[in-house]
Design a protein around this ligand. Structure first.
Ligand code: G6P
Length: 370
């Protein structure tokens, strides 16, 4: 068993450490040799069909839905097409407006999640084109979708998803850029600039992983808490949701993720002395706004851990108690880095509490019932 785990104590830790390789594999062959454009030969959707798309629906469950929330921002910013994100178990029952010019993107690591598959079938029944992002070639979702982008995370064994989530982000970056270059919504130089930043991500993840011991120390102190909060704005909020889910899944510590500006509309009542708050501060245009929310929780006794960009530590040190810095990338790409310390945080918190990290209670890797 230890051999299968490649010398790691748990599959989850092994899979966390595989992410630099998984990013490289997911990008390989999908960027032109000159690094200036995305090539997705696996897609059968034509430029003309893509130009006819007036709206995008992203449908998924759990962690895949959180990747979809990042995907929404990526597609809207790069391709300027409106995107809605739905949890698959809700999608069919809300009479979504699905027309022939709707592109439905289903996201599923396993490609077998019953609710996601049912949503895919409903979308096709309504005449939409369906594009799947999945980690499993030949899965039901892959077979039934019109187009498929395979993430090359490799098999994921731990129930808590790590490398499958982060490679979904990479797939969304590639898809968003591909749509932008087809629709002409971004300059060629801008696309090349983003691709160059993507190329640096694997090495940047390695630099974060080299600081795992720092995260371990933070996790051990957080593990003593009965409840904590994750806050962030914009794309940081989507990552906050994933960080909170990961922690709940394997450490069983109650946590909530909140859009930082929404805290004051109720949740602030739950902040009292010593409650840990993890604040994501990677979006520099929103930095000051999030800092004012940090002040709100600090005034009520919260212990704030800031997740910041390298180079911004001096600025954030004025408002947080502790911080962890991630390498600097483009704002749109930060989720591919900021999620890494949050995965490590939940791993080490679960470990400190003596839980079964790879097989958390009540959860299944793939849920094939609706
Ligand atoms: C289960 C797993 C989650 C996963 C979700 C969706 O609930 O425990 O980790 O995010 O299913 O799985 P999928 O394979 O569709 O991405």
């Amino acid at each position: 068993m230890t051999a299968e785990k490649g010398g790691y104590d748990h599959f989850m830790l092994k899979e966390i450490y595989e992410q630099p390789r998984a990013y490289r594999d997911t990008m390989r062959g999908r960027v032109s040799e000159d690094g200036r454009s995305v090539v997705l030969p696996e897609l059968s959707i034509t430029a003309e069909q893509l130009r006819a798309v007036s709206r995008v629906h992203i449908v998924a469950c759990g962690t895949a839905m959180h990747a979809g929330m990042v995907g929404k921002t990526v597609i809207e910013r790069l391709a300027r097409i409106p995107v809605e994100v739905d949890v698959a178990s809700e999608y069919r029952y809300r009479s979504p407006i699905i027309t022939k010019d709707t592109l439905v993107i289903v996201v599923s690591q396993s490609g077998e999640t019953a609710d996601t598959l049912a949503a895919l079938r409903e979308a096709k029944r309504c005449g939409a084109r369906v594009l799947a992002i999945t980690n499993v070639v030949g899965s039901s979702v892959a077979r039934e979708a019109d187009d498929v982008i395979i993430t090359l995370a490799g098999p994921e064994i731990a129930v808590a998803s790590t490398k499958a989530y982060s490679t979904m982000l990479v797939a969304f970056f590639l898809l968003g850029l591909y749509m932008a270059q087809t629709l002409g919504t971004q300059e060629e130089a801008e696309i090349a600039h983003i691709l160059a930043a993507m190329d640096a991500l694997p090495e940047q993840v390695e630099r974060i992983l080299a600081q795992a011991d720092t995260v371990k120390g933070i996790a051990e102190s957080i593990a003593k808490s009965s409840s904590l909060f994750f806050i962030g704005r914009g794309i940081d909020y989507a990552v906050a949701l994933e960080g909170s889910l990961k922690l709940k899944e394997i450490s069983y510590i109650h946590s909530e993720a909140y859009a930082a500006g929404e805290l004051k509309h109720g949740t602030l009542a739950l902040i009292e002395d010593g409650v840990p708050v993890i604040a994501l501060l990677t979006q520099e245009d929103l930095f000051e706004k999030t800092v004012s929310n940090i002040k709100e929780v600090k005034a009520r006794g919260a212990e704030v851990l800031g997740l910041v960009n390298e180079g911004h530590e001096a600025e954030s040190a004025k408002s947080v108690d502790r911080q962890f810095a991630i390498p600097r990338t483009l704002p749109l790409l930060t989720p591919a880095l900021s999620v890494i310390p949050l995965q490590l945080l939940s791993y080490y918190a679960s470990l400190a509490l003596g839980h079964d990290v790879d097989k958390p209670r009540n959860l299944a890797k793939s849920v094939t019932v609706e």
